[in-house]
Design a protein around this ligand. Structure first.
Ligand code: BES
Ligand code: ZN
Ligand code: MN
Length: 494
């Protein structure tokens, strides 16, 4: 655990390490704003020391300089912002630089950050975000790792009592806790997180945040005719669930439905996966992101009504698995022919979207680790966003401003023909395997009411990283929580 607080930038900094920032100018590395006090304490040699270490000021660089008794802190860490101008402290560069520095400071108990040194709330929030996200480690199943002690991060500002800066810290704590909880859920393997334990987690944490919680078990799913959720979850030892979390503040300005894919493990089913199966413990990242987002929205007291509808199932192999050629009947009576049991996400999402839209929300925000096509097209740094075009572009812009990389993608209407089936209303996978990210979105769009403003965010790549970078550790990233929260905050403000 890490705690952050604001301190006076003119007072001497006592810490195990002081984080400053560097930039890469045409003349090489230079100090960013906020480093002057530290440099003065060291007799003005900081830049020379960094040059001697071949510092560049580029992103992902964190160079440690020992202070050899000249400062109250034994260590200075210079984190590269990757920008050219000392005065351009854009929030995401700062978040990433502070995160990189904190990730490299495993044993420092007390860290001071001297960057910017004003009270700009956006910058203060970025520093705090970087510290709280960069300090994350997943050690729940590693008792040999030292128990994560409470670590303190002091952020140097000109006015520690500044109301805007204090509010920024409060926001940062709520948002990064949602991101880090999402990371924990994604990193938890399927022998510890199955549909039943995941639903219990959602109930416990949802109720603690004051949400109304409803969990549909397999009998309730049968009564509710959720044919896809039951079929996809039918092969596993642990039965499927549908969780509904609802936040209804007085005088809500608008209503939003959240939906997230909760496959606790994706073997592919009878169309068994042949590669990268271990990563499929992360196939519930969309579900985790919407659960943690609605909890954070309640804690932020956003004045909008939100309901999260979260299908949870394990796509497993057994005698009761669903099969290629099976025909499922969904909640609204429509039928789907199964071409491939590994395209399970769109099936459980269809049932969940149908249920979510029965409440007639004003907006639908849905997210899923849905397709390998997303990873091929955009990689693990950028999520693909589809849906109704104006709302899609608004969410992309809001997500980018919150520091997540997203890109708009089309749902060409002519793709729908490929999902026609000779024996059912639709088939889950067409014969032609091109444009699979868009095809999956076209499948989902069939279950979204005409005219509803909606987005589908495919996070297959960005949800889980094989190596650490910036403020992300290896494993679950908690991606899309910040985009969802920025979108909810924007809808609440407009
Ligand atoms: N969970 C996977 C998608 C995925 C791939 C997530 C890589 C994270 C990383 C999804 O259920 C899946 O298996 N999709 C298949 C569908 C195909 C059989 C039509 C895919 O995209 O390859
Ligand atoms: Zn899947
Ligand atoms: Mn699959």
């Amino acid at each position: 655990m890490t705690s952050v607080s604001l301190i006076d930038s003119t007072a001497p900094l006592t810490a195990d390490a002081i984080v400053i920032a560097t930039v890469c100018t045409a003349d090489g590395v230079a100090l960013a704003d906020g480093a002057a006090g530290v440099d003065a304490a060291l007799g003005g040699v900081l830049l020379a020391a960094l040059r001697a270490m071949d510092a560049t000021g580029k992103a992902d660089e964190a160079i440690k300089i020992p202070t050899l008794g000249k400062s109250a802190a034994p260590l200075v860490v210079a984190a590269g912002l990757g920008v050219a101008e000392p005065s351009t402290l854009d929030p995401e560069s700062v978040r990433r630089a502070v995160g990189t520095a904190l990730r490299g400071l495993e044993s420092a108990q007390r860290v001071a950050v001297a960057i910017g040194s004003g009270t700009d709330p956006e910058l203060v929030q970025a520093i705090s975000d970087g510290a709280l996200l960069g300090g994350y480690r997943f050690t729940r199943y590693k008792p040999s790792a030292k128990p994560a002690a409470l670590r303190r991060v002091d952020i140097a500002v000109t006015e520690p009592a500044h109301a805007g800066a204090k509010a920024a810290i409060r926001r940062s704590k709520i948002i990064t806790e949602a991101v880090n909880n999402t990371r924990d859920l994604v990193n938890t393997p399927a022998n510890h997180l199955n549909p039943v334990t995941f639903a219990a987690y959602a109930r416990e944490h949802g109720e603690a945040a004051g949400l109304a919680v409803e969990v549909l078990d397999e009998r309730a799913l049968k009564r509710g005719r959720y044919g896809a959720i039951l079929a996809v979850g039918g092969g596993a030892a642990t039965p499927p669930r549908l969780v509904r979390l609802s936040y209804q503040p007085a005088r809500a300005r608008t209503s939003v439905a959240l939906v997230g894919k909760g496959i606790t493990f994706d073997t592919g089913g009878l169309n068994l996966k042949v590669a990268n199966m271990a990563e499929m413990k992360s196939d519930m990242a969309g579900a985790a992101a919407v659960i943690e987002s609605i909890i954070a929205a309640a804690r932020l007291k956003l004045p909008i009504a939100i309901t999260a509808t979260v299908p949870m199932a394990e796509n497993a192999v057994s005698g009761s698995s669903y099969r290629p050629s099976d025909i499922l009947e969904l909640r609204d009576g429509r039928t789907v022919e199964i071409d491939n049991t590994d395209a399970e996400g769109r099936l459980i999402l269809a049932d969940a979207i149908l249920r979510a839209c029965e409440d007639s929300p004003d907006y639908l925000i849905e997210t899923a680790t849905l397709t390998g096509g997303q990873v091929v097209a955009l990689g693990n740094g950028t999520s693909g966003v589809m849906g109704s075009e104006a709302f899609r572009d608004r969410v992309v812009a809001l997500g980018a401003a919150a520091g997540e990389s997203l890109w708009p993608m089309p749902i060409p209407p002519r793709l729908r023909k490929a999902l026609d089936s000779p024996v059912a209303d639709l088939v889950n996978v067409p014969k032609d395997r091109t444009a699979s990210m868009l095809i999956a979105a076209a499948f989902l769009s069939d279950f979204v009411p005409e005219g509803l403003e909606w987005v589908h965010m495919d996070i297959a790549g960005p949800a889980f990283l094989h190596s650490a970078s910036g403020y992300n550790a290896q494993g679950g990233t908690g991606v899309i929580v910040r985009t969802i929260l920025a979108s909810l905050a924007d809808l609440a403000a407009s």
